[in-house]
Design a protein around this ligand. Structure first.
Ligand code: NAD
Ligand code: HSE
Ligand code: NA
Length: 437
């Protein structure tokens, strides 16, 4: 059969990994695809010493790749929102299929890109965009197609998990571990995307669409990062039998779909609590299959390339299939025209348990006043511990609550912070049991 001709745009961490995996495993890949997958052109600002570009047609103008009539598939690995959007739209206009690792692009511009691609009858594949090498998109979209998905929860940012792991195990400083993750090629070009939860929210947005059949709605995701996690909270969580992980959680309720990224206390014995370093894992609960777990490298050159090349294999197999008979981009047919899908819920309406840490003046009646405020908001306490005074007259109070509405907790925290007995702000970290795991 005719080869599939690929143009790779961007020759950084993932671009070089993709180039090398495609080249090294060319024979194996051709046997799987039933035809060779060949690199016809590379668009890059500069050569990359990791790649042997002898005999490769290299251009400094990536848009040349998008317009090259000898290219069947453009692989977008430049990252970012704007130029990547222009590049992908240009490739689609020229009838090319697209493979991308760019979650920012898909989460923010995906609805527009899929519309354009559907009009041209071309594939847009993005397995590498979520959890790097873990085939979670394919699993959700195809392997779990029989299920009504109930919830999914995952560690979906490798850099953040790498930082939390090394801070906890080695007592190292945040900035020091972040610099290491950057040097290993895990971090986004703007690492605040990793540490403030934006990258995880991009990925969660994509997972939720595929799990629940809702259009991509990144702007509705609740996003909180790991930059305010303190050693004190890590220690308190440990004593209570929990570990703090940065999770993306999406859950179907009777009212709609939760879409939230935040640090979370999870019981130490859960599988997700034992996912460390750059590894990612996503737990998915389906009504028929029950809990399933997907684990592996969430970032890095060749793990991510593994997903990019798997998408190229899918393109090679589906290229001759009519668009109407291909797997839909977001797993459900007609998400765009279907207004039957559930709404994304505002954060105030989610229901979860909470860990609270506050500093109070050590005088009679303080605990009663704290308990009264919580009771008036309908928040019931599972455990309350008053620690030894550490900061002058102030004593830390640690509270674990039962499940309650976020709106009630917001009001309780507002009232607690206005008490004369309470110093500074109240730390709040959500707690998930991940039942049924
Ligand atoms: N690094 C990872 O582990 C990882 C994992 C999954 C997904 N991703 C995604 O993959 C994409 C690429 O990430 P990366 O880590 O390889 O980044 P990178 O910075 O290492 O590589 C990007 C490359 O694109 C080039 N580039 C950017 N704009 C260009 C332009 N206009 N013309 C030509 N070249 C241009 C840059 O020079 C750079 O070499 C991003 O969307 C990222 O979110 C990365
Ligand atoms: N910066 C991302 C890359 C993988 O998407 C991470 O650390 O998870
Ligand atoms: Na993936």
């Amino acid at each position: 059969m005719e080869p599939v001709r690929v143009g790779i745009c961007g020759l950084g961490t993932v671009g070089s990994g993709t180039f090398n995996v495609l080249t090294r495993n060319a024979d194996e890949i051709a046997r799987r695809a039933g035809r060779p997958i060949v690199i016809e052109q590379v668009g890059a600002r500069r050569d990359n010493a990791e790649c042997d570009l002898t005999d490769i047609h290299v251009t400094r103008d990536i848009f040349e790749v998008a317009r090259n009539p000898d290219i069947d598939v453009l692989v977008e690995l430049i990252g970012g929102y704007d130029v990547a959007r222009e590049l992908v739209l240009e490739a689609i206009r020229h009838g090319k299929h697209v493979v991308t690792a760019n979650k920012a692009l898909i989460a923010v511009h995906g609805n527009e890109l899929f519309r354009a691609a559907a009009e041209q009858g071309v594939i847009v594949a993005f397995e590498a965009a979520v959890a790097g090498g873990i085939p979670v998109i394919k699993s959700l979209r195809e392997g779990l197609g029989a299920n009504r998905i109930q919830w999914l929860a995952g560690i979906i940012n490798g850099t953040g998990n790498y930082i939390l792991t090394h801070m906890r195990d080695e007592g190292r400083a945040f900035d020091d571990v972040l610099a290491e993750a950057q040097s290993l090629g895990y971090a986004e070009s703007d690492p605040t995307f990793d540490v403030e939860g934006i990258d995880a929210a991009h990925k969660l947005t994509i997972l939720a669409s595929i799990a629940f059949g809702v259009p991509l709605q990144f702007e509705r995701a609740y996003t909180e990062g790991i930059s305010r996690i303190t050693a004190e909270d890590v220690e308190q969580a440990d004593q209570l039998g929990y570990i703090i992980k940065h999770l993306g959680i999406s859950r179907r309720t009777d009212e709609g779909v939760e879409l939230r990224v935040h640090p979370t206390l999870i019981p130490k014995e859960r599988l997700l609590a034992n996912v460390h370093g750059v590894k990612n894992a996503i737990e998915v609960m389906g009504d028929a299959v029950g809990p399933t777990l997907y684990y592996g490298a969430g970032a890095g050159a060749e793990p991510t390339a593994s997903a990019v090349v798997a998408d190229l294999l899918d393109v090679a197999r589906d290229i001759a299939t009519h668009h109407d008979y291909r797997t839909p981009y977001l797993a459900f047919s007609g998400i765009d025209h279907d207004d039957q899908h559930p709404p994304i819920l505002p954060m105030e309406s989610i229901v979860t348990a909470y860990y609270l840490r506050l500093l109070a003046v050590d005088r009679p009646g303080v605990l009663a006043r704290v308990a009264t405020i919580l009771a008036e908001q309908g928040v019931s306490i599972e455990a309350l511990t008053q620690k030894e005074a550490t900061e002058g007259e102030l004593v830390p109070i640690i509270i674990l609550t039962h499940r309650t509405r976020e709106a009630n907790m917001n009001e309780a925290i507002r009232q607690l912070e206005s008490l004369a007995d309470v110093a500074g702000s109240v730390t709040r970290i959500r707690v998930e049991d991940l039942d049924d795991a």
